[in-house]
Write a protein that binds this ligand. Structure first.
Ligand code: GDP
Length: 435
């Protein structure tokens, strides 16, 4: 009766067993990813562009809460501006066509709750500081390209190790807080880089503008960007996002270009708090207060929410475009590039050439593979031939030996026969005699 009571439980037992065997374990992948990320850390390569004195260094220090730049030796705003007009071009530099733009990288490691971030800030010093800024974005574009090239080279090496990613993941562009509109130089720069890096424009030192001025300025800037068809980095949206995430991402998006304020100094508020901010006779601007500036949104975009998205877009879209464009250009003759767009015949011819080149390459590859297969087969045959010869020779030797042995034996037998016949008459006689 005891057994009967157990029986009805069995079907349940089976169901449980199936669940256990069906568990593959990939639900654990996020945990593995998490552990790996903690171990390897993260990296962010940030390009900063804007005129001297717009508060670039201060903002970087504020963003990452670390003294990447020593601000103690910096002149205050007014002095910086004065210096700019007085002595930016010493006589020997006047003769050069281009005012020198210095690209300087500052690196640091930041740790927060055990998570490491390697931060490389690439500062394009001197951009927009000259009187004639024609083509002054070229050194910056070169810098972005050369970082792509370096990555491409590393990828094309036969023995690939872990590639250090030095590609620019985001470009912070500091817009002068004029309150009017973007300068032609701003737009030219955007044009030159918007398809090469995640462009994030910010209105520098926005505390010198009123809220209404900022709103108007933003609308004008957005119009200008639209008209020039400049693509900025946009917080991505996914179907799986919940409402809160979507709202946050929408809000973030609506704040671009971020009107920022930077400061690493602590100031005391009237209500007794100590905050990072800037103190004015009319009040205190708190850096980390989203009601006071868009700084918090910028930090959200750069670090808290979208660091991985910035890296991913750099790698999957911007770098991929650069790479395929580069490879395409390597395949096409560049001499007629000026006419290519206007001469459909020439273009067709070129495309045909390219197609033929592709076919020829494919054919060559196939031939090479075929030849390799033939060679391999030939080698195999040669080997088995040699083996066959060896076996043949071995067998022949063996047979020769056997033959020799047999001949020896035959000889012995013959000898013994001769001996026998020599003795036999006696024996016969003996025998006969004995009979
Ligand atoms: P950089 O040359 O672009 O790196 O500019 P700095 O970070 O050296 O800043 C130049 C001056 O502007 C310094 O005197 C800063 O204190 C001041 N500054 C920096 N950020 C701000 C800001 O958000 N608002 C105001 N009003 N001044 C700022």
């Amino acid at each position: 009766s005891n057994e009967r009571q157990v029986l009805p439980d069995q079907p349940d037992l089976k169901v449980i067993q199936r669940k256990i065997t069906g568990y593959v374990g990939f639900a654990n992948l996020p945990k593995q990813w998490h552990r790996r990320s903690i171990r390897n850390g993260f990296n962010l390569n940030l390009l900063c562009v804007g005129q001297k004195g717009l508060g670039k260094s201060t903002l970087i220090n504020t963003l990452f809460n670390k003294d990447l730049y020593d601000l103690s030796e910096r002149p205050v705003t007014e002095m910086a501006d004065l210096k700019l007009e007085d002595g930016v071009n010493p006589p020997e530099q006047l003769e050069e066509e281009q005012p020198t733009i210095k690209i300087e990288t500052v690196s640091t490691e930041i740790e927060e709750n055990g998570v490491r971030l390697t931060l490389n800030v690439v500062d394009a010093q001197g951009f927009g500081d000259a009187i004639d800024n024609t083509d002054s974005w070229n050194p910056i574009v070169d810098e972005i390209n050369s970082r792509f090239d370096q990555y491409l080279d590393a990828e094309n090496k036969i023995e690939r190790t872990v590639i250090t990613d030095n590609r620019i993941h985001a470009c912070l562009y500091f817009i002068e807080p004029t309150g009017h509109c973007l300068s032609p130089l701003d737009i030219e720069f955007f044009r030159a880089v918007h398809e090469k890096c995640n462009l994030i424009p910010v209105i520098a030192k926005s505390d010198i503008l009123t809220d209404e001025e900022i709103e108007k300025f933003k609308v004008t800037i957005k119009d200008q960007l639209n008209e020039a068809e400049i693509k900025l980095f946009e917080p991505p949206k996914y179907l799986i996002d919940d409402e809160e995430t979507t709202n946050r991402s929408d809000k973030l998006h609506s704040k671009i270009p971020f009107a920022v304020v930077g400061s690493t100094s602590d100031v005391s508020t009237p209500d007794g708090r100590v905050v990072r901010g800037r103190a004015y006779p009319w009040g205190i601007i708190e850096v980390d207060n989203e009601a006071h500036s868009d700084f918090v949104y910028l930090r959200d975009l750069l670090v808290r929410q979208y660091l991985e998205e910035l890296r991913e877009r750099t790698s999957n879209i911007l770098y991929e475009n650069y790479r395929s464009e580069k490879l395409k250009n390597l395949g096409i003759k560049q001499d007629n590039s000026v006419f290519r767009e206007f001469d459909p015949d020439l273009r067709q011819k070129e495309e045909k050439q390219l197609h033929e080149a592709k076919l020829a390459k494919l054919e060559a590859e196939m031939k090479a593979v075929f030849q390799q297969k033939v060679n391999e087969k030939e080698k195999k045959l040669q080997k088995s031939e040699a083996e066959l010869f060896a076996r043949h020779k071995e067998m022949k030797d063996k047979l020769t030996k056997q033959l020799k042995a047999l001949e020896d034996k035959k000889h012995q037998l013959e000898m013994s026969l001769v001996n026998q016949s020599a003795n036999s008459p006696v024996q016969t006689k003996k025998k006969g005699f004995l009979r």
